[in-house]
Design a protein around this ligand. Structure first.
Ligand SMILES: C[S@@+](CC[C@H](N)C(=O)[O-])C[C@H]1O[C@@H](n2cnc3c(N)ncnc32)[C@H](O)[C@@H]1O
Length: 256
């Protein structure tokens, strides 16, 4: 399989996301209540998947990036035997899923669905989700909530929080340059990781990726078109309702 977009920064991923965990109790609660097996698409390094497995839920994680999954596997290896036994990890593409079994709950966390840039790819993924869900099964999709004032800037530069690379014992500064392709509804980001190595030399790694963005009714229509009925749209993981400024759009839907 050719290099996946996240392969290049997999080693930074858990350090970068260390401060972000507010979605985990939300997914854990739904997973515990769904009454059956769970599938996470685009599970990455297991940030959400492992806490769900720790609650005794049988869970399968799929991701396209070998490097992200290698990190997940290393973390899973350290878990107790029972928890480990509840987890299956598969490398694959969420647009071409063929698992020959169905799940009570499927979720795509942390805006990973937005890695799919076209309506065809998004539709292919939702078809796969629908085929792999049990009747009345639950599907949860988290997208960022686009804002017209930010999009209207077209280009913007942001300094992001630095993080500590525990493996190499150094701080890594982050900044990004974003550009919005307004016609195609795509955010193109160049993310800069910059640090001084132990020999005092300046180092930089540039990671470029693209994310699609979807507005609320567009996402609703897409979900309905692919056989889901909308149960809730939350604006945050505390289940507050979606509003324009909420930052998140969390769709909780059922197979129709
Ligand atoms: C932002 S990370 C999220 C990882 C994890 N879900 C989390 O919440 O921390 C996005 C993930 O989506 C994965 N991904 C992107 N496109 C994919 C595809 N077509 N099929 C499966 N995984 C994909 C990437 O490899 C990456 O691990």
């Amino acid at each position: 399989m050719k290099e996946a977009v996240f392969d290049r920064i997999a080693r930074f991923y858990d350090y970068e996301q260390e401060g972000f965990a507010k979605d985990i109790p939300f997914y854990v609660e739904y997973a515990k209540n769904c009454g059956g097996e769970v599938l996470e698409l685009a599970c990455g390094t297991g940030r959400v998947l492992i806490p769900i497995a720790r609650e005794g839920v049988n869970i399968t994680g799929l991701d396209i990036s070998k490097e992200m999954l290698d990190i997940a596997r290393k973390k899973i290896e350290k878990l107790d035997k029972n928890t480990k036994g509840d987890i299956e990890i598969i490398q694959g593409d969420m647009r071409k899923l063929e698992l020959k079994r169905r799940f009570s709950m499927i979720y795509i966390a942390f805006r990973s669905f937005q890695c799919l840039l076209t309506k065809n790819d998004q539709g292919a993924c939702l078809e796969c989700v629908n085929r792999h869900l049990e009747d009345n099964g639950i599907f949860i999709l988290d997208l960022f909530a686009p804002r017209h004032d930010i999009l209207a800037q077209v280009k913007r530069s942001l300094n992001l929080d630095k993080f500590y690379d525990k493996e190499n014992h150094l701080y890594i500064n982050r900044r990004c340059e974003d550009e919005y392709d307004l016609a195609n509804q795509i955010l193109k980001e160049n993310r800069f990781y910059e640090w001084t190595d132990k020999h005092g030399k300046f180092r930089r790694e540039i990671w470029s990726f693209e994310l699609s963005y979807l507005f609320r009714y567009e996402a609703e229509l897409l979900l309905e078109k692919h056989g889901f009925k909308i149960e809730n749209i939350f604006g945050d993981f505390d289940k507050s309702p979606y509003d324009y400024y909420s930052g998140e759009q969390i769709f909780v839907v059922r197979k129709d």
